[in-house]
Design a protein around this ligand. Structure first.
Ligand code: DGY
Length: 323
């Protein structure tokens, strides 16, 4: 008998075909979001699941899923999974590192350029028929080239963002819980500084940290006040790393010049006060969303699932069950 697995959201057909060779697959190709109750009910007889960042896996859910052996997140971030609860329930958890760093870094640059050069605001100006003549002072933006980039979080994505900065002749500062190895600093041409120094010197601050209790509101009112009034903030990491209420106030009163945001507190029901602001570029958590990368992410999650259910150690196991 094949093990039973759940795929909680719509995925590419070939991923379902691959999984079906090893498992009896229940998939949600209609892509209806599952409430916590519906997820628990669907998982109650399953041995494994391919899950997404919208699916919360915690002790309460695990209690209702006695058969579950493995949950495979289609994401590198794992804040939707209580790893300790999984470990005590004997459930393996995996993520998808190594396949999305380049695409996420590319999108970070898309937000940096769009915010600094006011791309979405300019497009709206044109689309709404306001463009009647060339003006010297039209939609003046901020230069990215030769500016100072401040990267908070020098993991896989932060490092790729740093490497891309060389093409813009930028000065790169970074802050991290630990300084990166010297060879990484050299390849990235990045200098380690304190968070305070980074915030006060950078023209562009970009966030690449996981969301944990330690990074909750890492950028709030006090940090925004330390930034230059001409600076911009970019967040492609996780909602909750930034205090959105404080950011809205800072964008309104000119504490900082702009922001480019792909992630929000309480997404997708983000704070609608952002919508009234022109100096913010808003996108719906799509930084890793290229055709190739999203396919690689979900296929890697499926491979982790198959490994776990065929008695192997999944390549991206987050919580080894035995010491
Ligand atoms: C990740 O990999 O954590 C992304 O945010 C998912 O889109």
């Amino acid at each position: 008998m094949k093990p039973k697995v759940l795929v909680t959201r719509e995925v590419f057909d070939d991923v379902l075909e691959y999984l079906s060779q090893y498992a009896d697959v229940q998939s949600n190709q209609s892509d209806e979001p599952m409430s916590p109750g519906a997820l628990a009910a669907a998982l109650s007889d399953k041995q494994g699941a391919v899950i997404t960042i919208s699916d919360r896996v915690d002790g309460a859910l695990l209690k209702r899923c006695p058969e579950l052996k493995v949950v495979c997140n289609v994401a590198v971030g794992t804040n939707n999974i209580d790893l300790a609860a999984c470990r005590s329930a004997g459930v393996m958890a995996t993520n998808t590192p190594g396949v999305l760093e380049d695409s996420t870094a590319d999108f970070t640059w898309a937000l940096i350029l769009a915010t600094a050069r006011r791309v979405t605001e300019a497009e709206d100006y044109l689309r709404t028929g306001k463009w009647d003549r060339w003006k010297l002072k039209q939609l003046l933006g901020t230069d990215v080239h030769h500016a100072t980039l401040g990267i908070i979080g020098m993991g896989g994505i932060g490092r790729v963002v740093a490497r891309r900065a060389a093409g813009f002749d930028m000065t790169v500062l970074y802050h991290n819980t630990q300084p990166a190895p010297k060879e990484v600093e050299n390849t990235c041409r990045a200098t380690y500084v304190s968070k305070e120094e980074l915030l006060s010197r950078a023209d562009i601050v970009t966030l690449h940290v996981p969301y944990t209790p330690a990074t909750h509101h890492l950028v709030g009112k006090a940090e925004l006040a330390q930034m230059n009034s001409s600076a911009i903030l970019i967040n492609t990491s996780r909602g909750g790393v930034v205090d959105d209420t404080a950011l809205i106030a800072a964008l309104r009163d000119g504490t900082i010049a702009g922001a480019g945001l792909d992630v929000f507190e309480n997404e997708p029901k983000f704070n609608s006060d952002f919508l009234a602001l022109k100096n913010v570029v808003l996108t719906p958590h799509i930084a890793s969303s290229s055709v190739v990368t999203r396919h690689k992410m979900v296929m890697l999650a499926a491979q982790n699932l198959v490994a776990a259910l065929t008695g192997k150690t999944p390549p991206n196991l987050l919580n080894p069950l035995k010491d």
